[in-house]
Design a protein around this ligand. Structure first.
Ligand code: MN
Length: 172
C-alpha cells in the first residue's frame, strides 16, 4: 500500500466522511451520540457517513507494517469455524473478489462465538446486524485504484501481508 494511497484513502476519503458526518449531525439528536449508536439508529446520509467513518477507522487500525503471526487462540477459532486458516483466507478472498461494486467484506463473531464472513455493499456495517466485527477489507475502487488500477485481486493479495492479526485476536 503506497504512501500515495494512504495519503488519499486515509487523508482525504476518510477525512471527507468525518467532515460530512460532523456537518450533518450538528444540532441534531445525533450530535453527542457515540458513532456506534449513530450507525445502529440513523439512515440515509447520516448512516452512510457514520458507517464509512467507523469502517475506515477500523480498517486502518487493523493494518500493520510488521505482519505479525496469527496468535494461537485466533488460529484455533479460524480452524474451528472454517476448517483451517488457509480455508478461511481462501473464502474471505473469494468474498472480497466477488462482492459486486463498492463495499466491505467482514469477519464477524456472533453472540454464541460463531465466526462468519459477511459481504456488505456500500457503507454496510455488521453492528446493524448485532454482529461483532473482527476484521474487514475495503473493496471500494478508491482503496486500490492508485496502486493496482482495476486489479482488485492483486490488492487483496497484498493486503493479507498487512493484516494485524494481534489486533484481530484482541477483538475475539
Ligand atoms: Mn475506502
Amino acid at each position: 500500500m503506497s504512501a500515495e494511497t494512504l495519503e488519499y484513502h486515509y487523508g482525504k476519503h476518510l477525512q471527507t466522511y468525518i467532515d460530512n458526518l460532523n456537518k450533518m449531525i450538528e444540532g441534531s439528536p445525533y450530535e453527542d451520540m457515540p458513532v456506534e449508536d449513530i450507525i445502529r439508529k440513523a439512515t440515509g446520509g447520516i448512516y452512510n457517513n457514520a458507517a464509512q467513518t467507523w469502517n475506515h477507522t477500523f480498517f486502518f487500525q487493523t493494518l500493520s507494517p510488521s505482519a505479525p503471526a496469527i496468535p494461537e487462540r485466533l488460529g484455533k477459532a479460524l480452524t474451528d469455524n472454517f476448517g483451517s486458516v488457509e480455508a478461511f483466507k481462501e473464502a474471505f478472498t473469494k468474498a472480497a473478489i466477488s462482492l459486486f461494486g463498492s463495499g466491505w467484506v467482514w469477519l464477524t463473531e456472533d453472540a454464541e462465538g460463531k465466526l462468519s464472513i459477511l459481504q456488505e455493499p456500500n457503507a454496510g456495517n455488521p453492528l446493524t446486524k448485532g454482529l461483532k466485527p473482527l476484521l474487514t477489507i475495503d473493496v471500494w475502487e478508491h482503496a486500490y485504484y492508485i496502486d493496482y488500477r482495476n486489479r482488485r485481486a492483486a490488492y487483496i493479495e497484498a493486503w493479507w501481508q498487512l493484516v494485524d492479526w494481534a489486533k484481530v485476536d484482541e477483538r475475539l
